[in-house]
Write a protein that binds this ligand. Structure first.
Ligand code: BGC
Length: 471
């Protein structure tokens, strides 16, 4: 029975969602601040890549430990912890400390991103009322792209208005400090997740929280019964790692996340202004195209995953990215390795710009949200936390590898080379989806688990077997 949600529900959703926004703010920070950072610290390309990518190293470790934090500290305290780290690390960076400390701060920002990217969806799925839980899951990806967009805009304006890099850079970090403080202070007043309280045997406290978030006594009782029904099946079971069916599905999740990164998205998110610069394209178009297109096309993706299904979107997205990468590679082949705008003809520049727009459209509408969504759907209940932790860590490891090497690779092998390699991975990702990825649209998680244990092929896990909707 829905008689509208209590205001505490909006408070819970918006405070926890700030974690998604901060993920985006830190991920999108580099693109339009890299020049300013390089001027302040006199960094060469290699050091700039290290500074950018150390976020990913922090995220891998944050993601690894977040399961432990979630279990022993609780969901709320883990959110408070990530808010505190976001605050302190961005504040420290705003004081422009020596470079090793800057590296350390960005590592810790990544650590907080790793925790937030695990805890926020978990907390929301456990605390938000059932009818809005699905929407909350997809909201997370949207918030990441909004965060990337927001920080790109503010960094562009700060760099434009404040000519002195040493004054501009602290202001850029101040934006992150602002949202991090909101998240930190806001999360202090969040209620603990009722599911975690039940897990720790604190039934009375769980009921108190549910009374605050739900409207009627019947709703509270139903929720308590639901939680009790699933508790015994939840949790990490390391033994599952030795089951053949789990290893197979884990590999599907791992490769899905590897391909999500090997199509090259973060090279664009991080270095588009630099790469556009290599083609003689500068100014607002070079700085804002990627974050704007990325955010705008995540909105339709949220409806399309339910309408068209996951696989169709993955095919369409990969095909768009494949064409776009071939076109970008061709444009750079014509441009060569000069970055003198006077030497570069208009044609290749236009082709590059249109291709990048098409590429980001392809990613935002498909692989961006769908890779995460499918990874949250394919694992059996007992291996879900483990599966999601491993696949999240793999995603960040490959993100880091690309961020740490892309610009140097272009320097050594020529600007066009990297685009052709990404095109190759787009092609391989299509073959991978066709051969191994199941269609999970409209299928219950129980049906997927039943099919998995019955030994069905990976790509057929979404087939509905009459009479087997439950385990
Ligand atoms: C990816 C990130 C990427 C972001 C861009 C996410 O799905 O995992 O690595 O930066 O999308 O929107």
């Amino acid at each position: 029975m829905n008689r509208g949600y209590k205001s505490i529900v909006f408070y819970i959703c918006s405070t926890a969602a700030l974690g998604g926004l901060l993920f985006g703010l830190d991920q999108g920070f580099i693109a339009n601040s890299l020049e300013t950072i390089r001027e302040v610290y006199g960094l060469d390309i290699r050091s700039a890549e290290h500074y950018s990518s150390i976020l990913a190293t922090g995220s891998v470790i944050g993601a690894l430990l977040s399961g432990i934090f979630a279990r022993y500290l609780g969901r709320k305290k883990s959110l408070v912890l990530s808010g505190l780290i976001f605050c302190s690390a961005s504040l420290l960076s705003a004081f422009l400390p020596p470079m090793p400390v800057m590296y350390g701060s960005r590592f810790f920002l990544g650590f907080a991103v790793g925790i937030a990217s695990f805890i926020v969806p978990l907390y929301l799925s456990e605390t938000a009322p059932a009818p809005i839980r699905g929407a909350m899951g997809t909201l997370f990806q949207l918030l990441i792209t909004i965060g990337i967009f927001l920080i790109s805009v503010t960094n562009v304006f700060i760099a434009k208005w404040i000519a002195t890099p040493r004054t501009a850079l602290p202001l850029m970090f101040a934006i992150i400090v602002l949202f991090a403080t909101l998240m930190f202070v806001g999360s202090l007043f969040l209620p603990e997740s009722p599911r975690w309280l039940m897990l720790r045997g604190r039934r009375d406290q769980a009921i108190e929280v549910l009374k605050k978030t739900l409207n009627t006594r019947e709703d509270v009782e139903r929720e308590i019964r639901d939680i009790e029904g699933t508790l015994s099946k939840q949790g990490v079971r390391i033994g599952i790692l030795f089951k053949g069916y789990f290893i197979k599905i884990l590999l599907v999740g791992i490769f899905l996340q590897i391909f999500q990164q090997l199509v090259g998205i973060n090279v664009m998110i991080y270095y588009a202004p630099t790469i556009f610069g290599y083609a003689g394209l500068t100014g607002i178009v070079a700085m804002m195209t990627v974050p704007t297109v990325n955010m705008l096309f995540t909105f339709p993706a949220i409806r399309l995953v339910e309408k068209w299904g996951r696989k169709k979107l993955l095919y369409i997205g990969a095909l768009c990215m494949l064409i776009a990468m071939l076109a970008s590679g061709a444009a750079f082949t014509v441009i060569g390795n000069t970055s003198d705008p006077a030497m570069i003809a208009g044609g290749p520049k236009v082709i590059l710009l249109v291709a990048v727009i098409f590429y980001i459209f392809g990613f935002a509408v498909s692989w961006g949200p769908v890779a995460w969504l499918v990874c949250s759907e394919i694992f059996p209940l007992r291996g879900r936390e483990l599966g999601m932790t491993v696949t999240t860590m793999v995603n960040w490891t490959f993100a880091g590898l690309l961020m740490d090497n892309a610009l140097t690779f272009m320097q050594i092998h020529g600007n066009a080379s990297i685009f052709f390699i990404f095109a190759l991975f787009c092609g391989l990702s299509i073959a991978f989806v066709a051969a191994f990825v199941p269609e999970t649209k409209g299928v219950t998680l129980e049906q997927i688990e039943w099919n998995l244990k019955a030994g069905k092929k990976m790509r057929s896990l979404g087939d509905v077997t009459p009479g087997n909707h439950h385990l």
